[in-house]
Design a protein around this ligand. Structure first.
Ligand code: TRP
Ligand code: SF4
Length: 336
């Protein structure tokens, strides 16, 4: 990471929850990879955040972190140019989280929409102190590096709002501007549905993972839901309601081919079977090289662990002086 002070500092994190899929690729990750050209980026495998929901069976968290790192690197997250590390390897996250918890009103956390929503959805086992503090740990993640830009999806906006409120309260309470207010950096990514047209989810088995084999890609594309009104081959179709058509665009079909598919579909000269075969080839062209890189990275787990260790050392070097500054502001230590 360069020390060029004119580049903004970006922080983002992802929970290690298993193999990543094309929703991650065309959503968050594509954005991360591009940002590396214009910002000093810090990307974290947020394993402590994973524990807030996986605490009853955390047995996969470490391995899922390595899998995720391999996926990140396979799509172009570059640990040389960016700082890539695991949250729990840098103790400052936990320390700052605890410090921030002292000044954060309970009501601020209780009213974060994801809090009640997730408990309703996922049940009582989330009624923990740690889960209530999830967005505050996220705040600590970001401000521990004085990051100002946070690439996230729409769903994370309430967490960024809380982060800014906590920053304002801290700076105001201790009379100095220790932390800058972070802002979300939304990418305009299209809504990406699963192959069956429902929300993409591991439990539905409707997502193309970045490690999918050619056979899996063939099976998933073949089974894709198309325009439900196109019953017979001779019926004209409606590409604008067809997920196969969306995927052609998502996977980078050139404009001329997009037009040709549109025309073929609406005039019934192109059948869905052929349309899907073309999509299968297109998806394979994108995924196969990612899969090869990913598998090569996974073949050397100790190199992945070294990458995380190196990232942790670099992250810690940035975090330590910020933590010291926050401790001093809070009256926990005298200035140097
Ligand atoms: N809560 C984020 C999510 O579920 C993950 C996350 C944790 C994060 N810490 C972060 C994202 C800091 C951005 C910045 O997607
Ligand atoms: Fe969808 Fe292609 Fe069939 Fe048209 S031809 S309905 S775009 S799969």
């Amino acid at each position: 990471m360069s020390n060029n002070t004119t580049r903004p500092r970006v922080f983002s994190g992802m929970r290690p929850t298993g193999a990543l899929h094309i929703g991650h690729l065309f959503g968050a990750l594509g954005n991360w990879v591009r940002l590396q050209d214009e910002a000093d980026c810090i990307f974290s495998v947020v394993d402590l955040h994973a524990i807030t929901t996986a605490y009853e069976d955390p047995s996969r968290v470490v391995d899922d972190g390595l899998l995720m790192l391999a996926d990140w690197m396979a799509v172009g997250v570059d640990p040389e140019r960016s700082v890539v590390f695991r949250q729990s390897d840098v103790p400052g996250h936990s320390q700052l989280h605890l410090m921030l918890s002292m000044i954060t009103p309970l009501s601020w956390l209780e009213r974060v929409p994801t809090y009640k929503g997730q408990i309703e959805e996922l049940g009582e086992h989330l009624s923990t102190y740690g889960f209530l503090g999830y967005p505050l740990l996220q705040t600590a993640d970001i401000i521990l590096y004085k990051a100002t830009q946070v690439p996230v999806g729409q769903d994370q906006l309430p967490h960024l709002e809380l982060a800014r409120e906590v920053v304002r309260r801290f700076n105001h309470m201790y009379g100095r501007r220790v932390f800058p207010e972070p802002a979300a950096r939304l990418a305009d990514t299209p809504l990406i549905l699963g192959t069956d047209g429902r929300k993409m989810s591991k439990s539905y088995g409707n997502s193309l993972t970045l490690g999918a084999s050619d056979d899996e890609i063939a099976t998933l594309t073949k089974g894709m839901v198309t325009d439900p009104q196109r019953v017979r081959r001779s019926d004209p179709g409606r590409p604008e309601v067809c997920n196969v058509f969306s995927y052609h665009k998502l996977f980078g079909a050139p404009p001329a081919e997009v037009d040709e598919i549109h025309e073929g579909c609406t005039t019934a000269t192109l059948g869905c079977v052929d349309c899907k075969k073309r999509l299968c080839a297109r998806v394979t062209d994108t995924i196969a090289p990612i899969r090869e890189r990913r598998n090569a990275l996974l073949a050397d787990a100790s190199a992945l662990r070294d990458t995380l260790a190196d990232g942790a050392a670099r992250a810690n070097a940035i975090a330590q002086p910020v933590l010291a500054e926050a401790e001093e502001a809070m009256g926990l230590r005298h200035g140097a």
